[in-house]
Design a protein around this ligand. Structure first.
Ligand SMILES: [Zn+2]
Length: 258
């Protein structure tokens, strides 16, 4: 699995197609109309950007991908590691991960540093998109996602294909104070990927997630990476931490190719 970089008109995005069955995308910040700190393809509505610019950006982006906005399903992120199956009764479901076996739905989630976890079960025909924020990774959300698929869709971990998209890298992610101590303690078994630097605890969230997946039986050759750091690559990505909270959002999507 390898992500390719696409440009369409002025928009730039990453895309991966698996076996002509499933398509995964991840947007960059380029090709939209937003200004200043939100320049330019800010797709996140829950930001302080000009709302009309965000609406235009979403229209530009979905036209570029040739997706019908009516098919796009998002979820209200809570950082509590709850997972849901779609369609749900609630039009705006809450949770940090969503799954579906419906061909019609395009699963979409906003990011600016957190790790996008794309999952596809080619046997049971299920797709999923999970939000790998550090709190969720501390809650072992990758493990929860695999177990959720086993329980609700009878998935076999050995069959699962997982892609981990761009996120804040070990070069730039750190915590301090009590949250750092708790993070380090709760993820003791992943100490290989957690480093102390001065008064800070640094961590490789991608590797910790990968090991969580491997421990649940996902095969290493079925885990794919687009290992770009959102904090380092300011020409491509928004970064919540780099931009001190005033920034845009990239959009991750996964869908079945009909
Ligand atoms: Zn970095």
């Amino acid at each position: 699995m390898k992500f390719s970089f696409y440009t369409f008109n002025n928009i730039e995005f990453f895309k991966y197609i698996y076996n002509n069955e499933v398509e995964i995308t991840f947007s960059t910040r380029n090709g939209g109309v937003s200004k200043g700190r939100f320049a330019s393809l800010n797709l996140g509505y829950k930001t302080d950007d000009n709302l009309s610019d965000v609406i235009i950006n979403n229209a530009i982006y979905f036209a570029g991908l040739d997706y019908s906005p009516m098919s796009v399903q998002t979820i209200n992120i809570e950082h509590k590691s709850n997972l849901v199956t779609l369609p749900a009764k609630d039009i705006f479901p809450r949770g940090d991960g969503m799954f579906t076996n419906l061909n019609e739905l395009i699963l979409a989630m906003y990011f600016a540093d957190c790790l996008p976890i794309f999952i596809f079960d080619p046997v049971k025909k299920v797709i999923g998109l999970v939000h790998g924020g550090w709190r969720n990774i501390q809650d072992r959300i990758a493990k929860k996602a695999v177990n959720y698929l086993k329980h609700y869709f009878s998935s076999s971990p050995r069959e699962l294909l997982v892609a981990l998209g761009p996120a804040i890298g070990p070069c730039c992610f750190s915590l301090k104070g009590e949250v750092a101590k708790k993070f380090q303690k709760e993820l003791e078994e992943f100490c290989q990927y957690i480093y102390i630097e001065g008064d800070r605890v640094k961590a490789d969230l991608r590797k910790i997630t990968q090991v969580q997946l491997l421990k649940e039986g996902v095969k290493e050759e079925n885990i794919f990476h687009l290992p770009l750091c959102t904090f380092c690559n300011s020409d491509l990505f928004y970064s919540y931490r780099r931009d001190r909270g005033v920034t845009g959002r990239m959009l991750a999507t996964i869908r079945f190719i009909k």
